[in-house]
Design a protein around this ligand. Structure first.
Ligand SMILES: Nc1nc2c(ncn2[C@@H]2O[C@H](COP(=O)(O)OP(=O)(O)OP(=O)(O)O)[C@@H](O)[C@H]2O)c(=O)[nH]1
Ligand SMILES: [Zn+2]
Length: 381
């Protein structure tokens, strides 16, 4: 009855499609395009095949290639720098010739989501790569926490993805006027960001959301209970992600995540939903903070002093806008708070970088001493 083309899995005959690119390529639905193809050319020349990483485990990953999902070893792409470790969403060059198969390289990321793993050892952890849309889910239950939305937006901008705010559970706000005001409140604090009210329960706004995410790769951000899993299920049209319970217990009694972290949406587009993206923190999001508060940065450009702190300075355009009722004071407070938070993280990172550089330098010194010792040992003279 239904056509087989709507099936989520595919088993393309690689021979018939390997020469094609763009829309006809079996990986097109995973985001493969002519720019990736161009970047991949040297690896193709080496006999490697392209694939997108759908899941990473310890030492191994699942990569979707033109011939389906393959398991590959990541030994060649696990450098010491945690930010350069292969991650979900990466485009990879896979050597499928031997056993095990190996990921030989990752293509340069267009965008990347990172977070600090702990407050003590401020190290970045890469969460998702090559994301186009960062969907910030915010439930329309209780009071809107604009500061929290701004925090997610800063992180989204920082990643390089285009943020989008989705106000979920719109069915709980039956009065369209009230709903319109809520949307406007969020819009006022989110310059350059689209704000959509949706309901997975009634389907309201879901068509518009599906249309946006159809054009690329998306992630869902938001606090617990924001309705991310429900949104994912609605977009996927399945129950692959059990709402509120994506972790299962495996045979050895351990908790494991059993779902793939990168999924093709039936309406087009790709969804990345890694557990680590839930409850993300800021990570050197200085640029992202600026984008989130674009109107303040713009006003700051008109302050008399270029290093104006917008506190007591004469000729301050930011304070003038607040006085004129054009800029809510809350926005400036929020801006400062995120900037301070970010500076603390950057300071910690700098400390870590200094330690790393010192370690590298010591290693270099030790290596050159060793080399000198070998020379003195008489091989060259
Ligand atoms: N009324 C209403 N309830 C919703 C809607 N979407 C989600 N919910 C409910 O909100 C609760 C939380 O939804 P989830 O999708 O589990 O939220 P989440 O963001 O995935 O939460 P975590 O998995 O903890 O990160 C569930 O009880 C859902 O049934 C909606 O459109 N309308
Ligand atoms: Zn100023």
């Amino acid at each position: 009855m239904s056509s087989s083309s709507s099936s989520v899995s595919f088993s393309a005959s690689a021979a018939s499609v390997s020469a094609a690119s763009g829309a006809g390529h079996p990986l097109a639905r995973y985001g493969w395009d002519s720019a990736w193809e161009a970047e991949f050319a040297p690896y193709a020349a080496d006999g490697y095949v392209p694939g997108r990483v759908v899941r990473v485990d310890r030492g191994q990953c699942d990569v979707v290639t033109a011939e389906g999902v393959v398991r590959a070893d990541t030994a060649f792409v696990t450098p010491h720098d945690p930010l350069r470790v292969v991650c979900t969403g990466d485009w990879a060059a896979v050597d499928t010739g031997g056993t095990p198969r190996y990921v030989r390289a990752c293509l340069r990321r267009r965008t990347a989501f990172v977070r600090s793993t702990s407050s003590q050892r401020s190290e970045g952890q890469i969460l998702a790569a090559n994301v186009d849309h960062a969907v910030v889910a915010v439930a329309l239950t209780g009071e809107l926490d604009l500061g929290r939305i701004e925090r997610f937006l800063a992180l989204a901008w920082e990643s390089g993805a285009q943020p989008l705010v989705v106000l979920t559970k719109a069915d709980l706000v039956p009065d369209p006027v009230v709903l319109g005001h809520l949307v406007q409140d969020v819009e006022a604090g989110a310059p350059g960001v689209r704000v959509l009210a949706v309901s997975s329960a009634t389907g309201e706004g879901m068509g518009a959301l599906a249309e946006i995410v159809a054009g690329g790769t998306s992630v869902l951000l938001g606090v617990s209970g924001a309705g991310k899993s429900t949104l994912a299920n609605a977009l996927l049209g399945t129950d692959t992600m059990a709402v509120g319970a994506i972790r299962e217990v495996d045979g050895k009694g351990r908790h494991t995540t059993t779902t793939r972290n990168l999924l093709v949406l039936p309406g087009g587009g790709v969804l990345i939903d890694t557990p680590g993206l839930r409850g993300v923190g800021l990570w050197d999001a200085g640029h992202g903070v600026g984008r989130t508060f674009a109107e303040i940065e713009e006003l700051a450009g008109e302050c008399r002093f270029h290093d104006c702190a917008h506190r007591t300075e004469p000729g301050c355009a930011v304070l003038a806008a607040i006085d004129a009722g054009e800029l809510p004071e809350r926005r400036l407070d929020s801006y400062r708070k995120l900037q301070r938070e970010n500076q603390r993280i950057v300071a910690k990172t700098d400390a870590r970088l200094r330690t790393e550089i010192l370690k590298d330098w010591k290693r270099t010194v030790a290596a050159s001493r060793e080399a000198t010792a070998i020379k003195r040992g008489g091989r060259t003279r």
